[in-house]
Design a protein around this ligand. Structure first.
Ligand code: PYR
Length: 363
């Protein structure tokens, strides 16, 4: 199979769809890989490292898309890329279609077969291709949230870890999945007070066992959320319903009840956000202030730590990439229901139920 890897063009996105070690695996399996010149520079991998792994280098994106049977990317195609996709071509990348009707229409129109990393499943009920980036985003949420709490960033001037004689800051995490657990780990590591909310008691029990009584857990009712908002220095939105739009857990009035200079990091923004006042931002301008609260809602948070993220993502995608290349997409999906769960668009139709429902389309 001919596999193509274009340079990512979303604002300040430096990750790349294949690292050189993965190229080598594909080439060893008898596949041809074409990488756009400079695609790996953001993670410290130059064209020569891809050549040594067996890739051909194309001068531009058109040269990659024109010949590839399968395109491997990180982020959803940008408008400049829509016209480069063609009928029958496989696109394997993050898509996040639920809040994005414009991209959905473009992919339907292209005739491509689009498989979304974020809806591929595993036998444990997890999302193996989202998990590594959820780990990154959860850990980063505390790092960026701590930075936003500084006065220069519009924050209240709170040090999350506190100092002897001054109480530590309070981090409230909505959702105890992969993002939430990683955020809690980082916040506890900094010495913050941390409360995590979830609707699953078994998940709360699990988190309690892992973190012990340094972590406060709360069952996620509207009452509990309303009670905690005025106490939070940093609120982290970490909820996910696979493929679907994120549920709105905090209203505009809830945000207004937070203290001036407190901070929201809405990691769920990729799926539309779980806080009413969240709207997508980019690494170029990551924050805005609404109701006195600093909002950080970057849709590709892991792109800021591109090297760590590209390698972590690459380790997770490689077995699926090899299956798609070795067997062809139809047989690979037929033999693996978990990979099949990634199919979002085929032959001009939305093929994932939760995505179709979120977009108000028939399924
Ligand atoms: C990202 O890492 O950017 C995702 O879309 C999950």
């Amino acid at each position: 199979m001919r596999v193509g890897v274009p340079t990512e063009i979303k604002t300040h996105e430096y990750r790349v769809g294949l690292v050189p070690a993965a190229v080598r695996e594909l080439v060893n399996h008898g596949h041809q890989v074409t990488v756009q010149s400079g695609a790996g520079l953001g993670i410290g991998c130059d064209d020569q490292s891809y050549r040594l792994a067996g890739a051909e280098i194309a001068a531009d994106a058109a040269g990659v898309f024109a010949t590839a049977d399968m395109i491997l990317k990180v982020k959803e195609p940008q408008p400049a890329e829509y016209g480069l996709l063609r009928p029958g071509q496989v696109l394997f990348t993050y898509l996040h279609l639920a809040p994005d009707p414009k991209q959905t229409q473009a992919l339907l129109h292209s005739g491509c077969t689009a498989i979304a990393y974020e809806t591929v499943t595993d036998a444990q009920g997890g999302l193996p291709l989202l998990a590594p980036m959820s780990e990154v985003a959860g850990r980063m949420a505390v790092q960026v949230g701590a930075h936003c709490l500084e006065k220069e960033q519009g924050g209240a001037g709170v040090l999350l870890g506190g100092v002897p004689g001054v109480m530590a800051g309070h981090v409230v995490v909505l959702g105890g999945g992969v993002v939430g657990a990683n955020a809690a780990r980082m916040a506890l590591g900094l010495g913050a007070r941390v409360t995590i909310l979830d609707k699953s008691l078994s998940r709360l029990r699990h988190l309690d066992e892992i973190f012990g009584n340094r972590l406060m857990t709360a069952y996620a009712t509207a009452d509990a959320i309303e009670h905690l908002l005025p106490q939070a220095d940093l609120l982290i939105g970490a909820v996910l319903i696979p493929g679907a739009a994120a549920p709105r857990l905090v209203s505009a009035a809830g945000v207004a009840s937070m203290r001036p200079g407190s901070v929201i990091v809405d990691v769920a923004i990729d799926q539309g956000g779980c806080i009413a006042t969240s709207r997508p931002t980019s690494h170029a301008q990551p924050t805005y202030v609404e109701s006195g609260v600093v909002h950080y809602c970057v849709t590709n948070m892991p792109g800021a730590v591109a090297r760590t993220s590209a390698f972590a993502l690459g380790h997770a995608t490689l077995p699926f990439v090899l299956a798609l290349a070795d067997k062809g997409w139809a047989r690979a999906l037929a033999e693996d229901p978990h990979l099949k769960a990634g199919l979002n668009i085929h032959s001009g139709n939305v093929t994932h139920e939760a995505v179709a429902r979120a977009l108000g389309l028939g399924y």
